[in-house]
Design a protein around this ligand. Structure first.
Ligand code: CA
Length: 249
């Protein structure tokens, strides 16, 4: 057991937060582990994907830090399996921070699509990693608070918050949980410009930190999903400000 530091986190409960770090490069896992322990976290390290799934099942962590390239089962597949096993009611979602190699945009998109909440590109500063972990731990659960039998509509888009299904016209469209929450937020505020920080706060948590372009990636994915079969774009960019759900004239 690790004794928590009586410092920066006055709102945290008594027990140290548990972090499972899945990383096969000893140099990285060593420095991350030492740093996180110093910050007061309870850290377990495993070095491959299968061991990660076992560790999560045996002793669920509060946050998972998951390297993408791993022996046996890679980070994408680990994420997919975790999400597939979770209740979609989202309250029980394990926050996942994925570690990806530099210059691999495709990997980042794949990671987010598989259900990771955020990613960090190697090499990274430890301070940034800690900030992301804190943000994931503090994030508001289910920010786009879902009420029973609620259906949101805009133009030919229908989002059923109970069954968590999206249809556009006659087509049913699949979304990741993040894309779904983001679209729900837009549908609650049609024709209203939502700033980047509002979107980040509402969908990722109150004090989401850093220069991550995770929002842009998820907006891009959401647009692609909504624009299948040449449906017109409804999420418009407001340069330098944010985005708005609006039909083009
Ligand atoms: Ca690796």
């Amino acid at each position: 057991m690790v004794t928590p530091f009586p410092s920066a986190e006055p709102e945290s409960s008594d027990a140290p937060k548990r972090i499972l770090l899945v990383e096969d490069e000893p140099a990285i896992s060593g420095f991350v582990r030492r740093g996180l322990i110093f910050e007061g976290y309870d850290v377990t390290v495993v070095t491959d994907g299968r061991d990660a799934l076992e560790a999560i099942r045996d002793h669920p962590p509060d946050v998972l830090i998951l390297d993408l390239m791993l022996p046996n089962l890679d980070g994408i597949n680990v994420t997919k399996r975790i999400r597939a096993a979770e209740n979609t009611d989202a309250d029980e979602r394990l926050p996942i921070l994925m570690l990806t190699a530099r210059d691999s945009v495709a990997d980042r998109v794949a990671g987010l699509n598989a259900g990771a909440d955020d990613y960090l590109v190697k090499p990274f500063d430890f301070e940034e990693l800690v900030a992301r972990v804190r943000a994931l731990l503090r994030r508001t659960r289910q920010p786009a608070a879902v009420q029973a039998n609620e259906i949101l509509q805009f133009a030919d888009i229908t989002l059923d918050l109970t069954s968590r299904t999206l249809t556009r016209g006659e087509e049913e469209i699949e979304l990741t949980p993040r894309e779904f929450d983001l679209l729900a937020l837009f549908l609650r505020h049609p024709n209203q410009v939502l700033t980047r920080s509002t979107l980040m706060q509402r969908v990722w948590g109150e004090d989401f930190y850093g220069e991550s372009n995770v929002l842009e990636v998820v907006i891009g994915n959401l647009r692609r999903a909504l624009e299948i079969s040449d449906h017109p774009r409804v999420i418009q960019t407001v340069r330098g400000v944010g985005y708005v759900l609006r039909q083009r004239a």
